[in-house]
Design a binder for this molecule. Sequence first.
Ligand code: FES
Length: 185
Amino acid sequence: MNEFKCTLWPTGEVISLNDEETLLNQLKKAGKKIKSSCGGCATCSDCMIVVKSGEMNLTGQTFEELRLLGNVFHITKERLSCQTKVTGDVTLDISAHEKDSTSAKKKPFKASSGPKSTTTILKKKEEVEKAVRENEEKSQEKPSENWYRHWESAEAEDPSKPKRLGGNKKPKAFNFNNNDSEDKD
Ligand code: FES
């Protein structure tokens, strides 16, 4: 097992890293906060670190790392610490992990409250109560007795009237020739 020097940017703190364990494990052992949600399976990209110098002293990107980050290391200088081991001295920037943990603490939960929203809720409640009251009143009303089978009662009143079986009109013959003059006749 070989030991190498790792300088943390921007503090300048120096820790020693070996070439057998991943950066994620070793930085955690050194007491550094590195986020990792997937437990080192290269699926969350939370453990990303920035390489300031010595990129040639890191192991090559694995298939899983390339799948997650793409082939843009030469632009971003970002690596997954859970997939990377050292083979020489490096300078790494892990300040993003510390920043995130402190900023999350600084943001307290703020419940949205205010006179405007409260008024709206009260108004809605009143409307609901009013609607419920109206429905209850309606349900208590008795329906008129004439509504049920009203057509039968009308026939019973005047049996001399013939039953109306709809329309009382002769249907028009269909015009196959589309000739308007036949219609007029
Ligand atoms: S810990 Fe999730 S990608 Fe490295």
